[in-house]
Design a protein around this ligand. Sequence first.
Ligand code: HMG
Length: 391
Amino acid sequence: MPSELAVGIHDLSFRTTSFVLHHSELARHNGTDVAKYHKGLGQRSMSVPAADEDIVTMAAAAALPLVRRHGPDRIRTVVLATESSVDQSKAAGIYVHSLLGLPPHIRVVEVKQACYGATAALQFAAGLVHQDPTQHVLVIASDVSRYDLDSPGEATQGAAAAAMLVSADPALLELSGPSGLYTADVMDFWRPNYRATALVDGKKSVTAYLDAVENTWRDYRQRGGLPLEEFRSVCYHQPYTRLAFKAHRALLEACGARADEETLHHALAPTTGYNEVVGNSYTASLYLALTAALENCRDLEGRTVGLFSYGSGSVAEFIAAQVRPGYRSHLRADEHQEAVNTRQAVDCETYRALHRHALPTDGRSYELPHQTRGPFRLAALRDHQRIYEAA
Ligand code: HMG
């Protein structure tokens, strides 16, 4: 394939859950100074799934606007990245394919490597489009972040799905240049198959994340990547938004550049708006940061933004993307604001009951209460099968 073919993100949409828990309410419940959450972590609220919401319902809701705008006919592949998968065998994307009424002549797969999975899916999609530039690839990142109640990780939960259409001659962003890559076998965060909540060594995870920032950057530069001053903004994976500021400070210092508050604010403040109020959405987090940057920076045409993807365990990647002329007319800021602003606030008691809610594992029939305000819902479990429907 000719290397001059522009391939990247043609359209981008996200959706989240129907409920939200404000950190002020969590702080009231557990007696923590709310400044720890608002300033120390940079988090104001977190999305909480309704009983009949999961990664499939969020993924389908996020992708629906893309299918409506561009039609289904050019989609040849659906890649769903998640670390909160609903089945060990069947790809969650097949339920999404069905809910969206996509044509049958499509391949559907699921990708996993903690929060990094969506970036691997994006690279897979870009490779497919280079192979056949007439096709669209639907990439979806969908996750529910769940830690034990009353654990330090609890304040960094959240949930969302981001859907991206990857194509040739994209309207939003062209993926360009080399990747910086870094893998290290580290037990900073993991979720064994028998657990519904993640295990995490919080401090180790922060160190592993910051190590990965420096190591991916070094690899990126050694492979001929752009110098840091070429980037208008860097979108980081944001398990909590303060970590992005720490990461960028470390990167600026490693590059011998000024790391004052104004420089950090200019580069990062436009990227954090959604993750501050949605919480950690694992695979989707970086792409919510990107959505925020595209919507909030008014000067991005022709400029370069960096994407830093990190998945515990760990794998990390740094890539550059060039913002396309005319990108603003393709954005969906109003829809995204609505998705975030129309969530219903719940108190701690309701949130804790939802957190404890567990689906039966013995195959008996179980009807879910209708709670979601989204377009799709998990209606029931029957004979060990998940039954999804339009809400
Ligand atoms: P913690 O022990 O609750 O909090 O754990 P802390 O004591 O470290 O305090 C956090 C910050 O708040 C500190 O700031 C405090 O000083 C500050 P820092 O020193 O970091 O600059 N603070 C205050 N600030 C203002 N007023 C106050 C106040 N009190 C304290 N009154 C931790 C925090 C993030 C470790 C915990 O929430 C956790 O374990 N979270 C889950 C793990 C995580 O998010 N790790 C991030 C890196 S790993 C990653 O990104 C991958 C991941 O997304 C998973 C995947 O890849 O699949 C998690």
